[in-house]
Design a protein around this ligand. Sequence first.
Ligand code: 8Y7
Length: 271
Amino acid sequence: MKQILNRLHANQCVVMGILNATPDSFSDGGVYNQLDDAVARACQMQADGADIIDIGGESTRPGAKAISTALEISRVIPVIQAIRKNSAIPVSVDTTKPEVMRAAVEAGADMVNDVSALQAKGAIQTCVELDVPVCLMHKQGKPETMQQHPVYRQVVAEVKAFLLERVARCRQAGIARQHIILDPGFGFGKRLEDNLQLLARIDELVETGYPVLVGVSRKSMFGMLLDLPVDQRMTSSVVAAVLAYTRGARFFRVHDVKQTVDALKLCQALT
Ligand code: 8Y7
């Protein structure tokens, strides 16, 4: 994990491969639920150039319902343990629950990816104690209802202000500055126009000095803009990653690891 932070702070790219441990994950269709398949998929992503694997057990797609802590732990922990046993690749846990964060790090996870920016009770303190890097993501509303009626007056300014407020709380509580990563949360309570502005102006988040993670892979913003089903969004996802790169983003959460890694290698070769 140290290597990843060093890369980010040296302005180099980091690619996070997505591994869903949910029965209803919209892109992978629950195909990788079996442990062996999860390990195989993680190893394939590592071979394709992923720097870290993100494992989530609670779907955060629009309309998804929250699940219990026990169910989430039962989905995520065996996958983390299995990857730990078979590979040295760093692992991040995609969760909003402090109990899951703790169990995951105890099982060998190296980083916390929280789509609610550590707003759950006890989440900040847990991350202080775990002393691992955290990705703070913006969202408006809850996954179950967030796409029903998102509203912003100035989306970029509002997202940035929210994230900086979360940073202030984290820093006050004792989370190290080098452990903080920011993410505007594409698709999380955002209209197409909001997502496009956030992507076009991602440099305004980069200006904060914190590494910025971009998660646009296969998202519905491409479906809406280009009228494409989820299995045909790879090109737009990779191009969006490249555009975000040109505006200063260096951390990318993706399904299509090889394609994204190749594109980013080209970007890095030109800078
Ligand atoms: C994001 C994410 C998802 C994202 C971060 C999907 C868990 C939906 N999206 N985490 N998670 N950023 N940090 O389409 O954009 O992958 S789930």
